[in-house]
Design a protein around this ligand. Structure first.
Ligand SMILES: Cc1cc2nc3c(=O)[nH]c(=O)nc-3n(C[C@H](O)[C@H](O)[C@H](O)COP(=O)(O)OP(=O)(O)OC[C@H]3O[C@@H](n4cnc5c(N)ncnc54)[C@H](O)[C@@H]3O)c2cc1C
Length: 239
C-alpha cells in the first residue's frame, strides 16, 4: 500500500470527543458492510473487552501472525515480549496489522450457508514503534499488566532494570483501524428456508474466570489478594 491509498484523516485518540475512525484504503469495509463500525468508541469497547491480539508481520519475507497480550491507552496499542522475539523485531517502517477478536456465540441458521458467528473484532494497521523512553516503557507495560489483571502491577514486584532491558515494547498508533461487530439471530428468517421447520437461533459463548489455584510451592498463610478473588466467577470478556 502506498501513502496515496490512505484517504481520510486519521484520528489520534479514543476519547468520546474524538472523530470517527478514519476510512482509508485499508480500513474501508467491502463485504458484510452492515457489520462495520466507524465510531471510535466501538474500537475502545473492543480493546477493553478483549485481551488477546494477533500481531501480523512479515518476517524473512513471509507472513507471521503471533497471538499476544496487549495494553492500550488513548493513542496506542502496546505489545511486549522478549527482545529475542522475531515478531517484535520488525524492520523500521515495516507495516503490521494487529487484530483483536471476541467470539460471542454461534449463529445457527436453517441453511449451512447462512451460519455465522456473533463477534466483535478490530484490525489496527500501522508501523509499530519500539518504545525506548523509560517512562513510556513503564507506562505501556503497566497498561498491559493492568488490562490483563487489574491490581497486579502494584501487587507484584516491579520489573528490574535487567528485566526491562530484556523486554521489547512496541507501540502501535490507534490511527488507522477498523471495527466489525455482528449480533443477533440468523439472517434467513424471511427466506424460503424458514418453511423447513428447522430450529435456528444463537448459541451464546460465555467465558468465566475460574477459582484461583494457589501455586503448590506457596508457603502457608499467603492469602489470595482481593483483586484476584473478585475476578473469580466474572465474565472474561466484557459485553
Ligand atoms: C470470529 C470470526 C469468525 C468469522 N468467520 C468468518 C467466516 O467463516 N467467513 C467469512 O467470510 N467471514 C468470517 N468472518 C468475517 C471476516 O472477519 C471478514 O470480515 C469477512 O470475511 C470479510 O472479509 P473481506 O476480506 O472480504 O473483507 P473486506 O470487506 O474486503 O475488508 C476490508 C477491510 O475491512 C476491515 N475488516 C474486514 N473484516 C474485519 C473484521 N472482522 N474486523 C475488523 N475489521 C475488518 C479491514 O480493515 C479490511 O482491510 C469472521 C469474523 C470473526 C471475527
Amino acid at each position: 500500500m502506498t501513502e496515496s491509498d490512505i484517504q481520510g484523516t486519521p484520528g489520534s485518540a479514543l476519547s468520546g470527543s474524538q472523530p470517527d475512525l478514519s476510512v482509508t484504503g485499508r480500513t474501508q469495509h467491502h463485504r458484510l458492510r452492515d457489520q462495520g463500525r466507524t465510531d471510535r468508541a466501538d474500537l475502545r469497547a473492543v480493546l477493553s473487552a478483549g485481551f488477546i491480539a494477533h500481531l501480523g508481520v512479515i518476517v524473512d519475507g513471509a507472513p507471521m501472525v503471533v497471538p499476544t497480550s496487549y495494553g492500550f491507552d488513548e493513542d496506542h496499542l502496546y505489545l511486549h515480549g522478549s527482545v529475542a522475539s522475531r515478531s517484535l523485531q520488525t524492520e523500521p517502517a515495516a507495516q503490521a496489522c494487529v487484530t483483536i477478536t471476541l467470539v460471542d456465540g454461534l449463529v445457527l441458521a436453517r441453511s449451512v450457508f447462512e451460519h455465522a458467528v456473533n463477534y466483535r473484532s478490530a484490525m489496527i494497521y500501522g508501523v509499530p514503534r519500539l518504545v525506548t523512553d523509560p517512562d513510556e516503557k513503564l507506562r505501556g507495560l503497566r497498561s498491559l499488566s493492568e488490562h490483563l489483571a487489574p491490581g497486579q502491577w502494584d501487587y507484584a514486584r516491579q520489573p528490574s532494570r535487567k528485566e526491562l532491558a530484556a523486554t521489547s515494547l512496541l507501540a502501535l498508533a490507534l490511527d488507522e483501524a477498523s471495527v466489525k461487530i455482528r449480533t443477533g439471530p440468523p439472517d434467513d428468517a424471511d427466506s424460503p428456508d424458514a418453511a423447513l421447520g428447522l430450529w435456528a437461533g444463537e448459541l451464546p459463548l460465555i467465558s468465566v474466570w475460574g477459582q484461583p489455584l494457589p501455586d503448590p510451592a506457596l508457603p502457608p498463610g499467603i492469602a489470595v489478594p482481593p483483586h484476584i478473588t473478585t475476578q473469580a466467577g466474572t465474565p472474561v470478556f466484557e459485553s
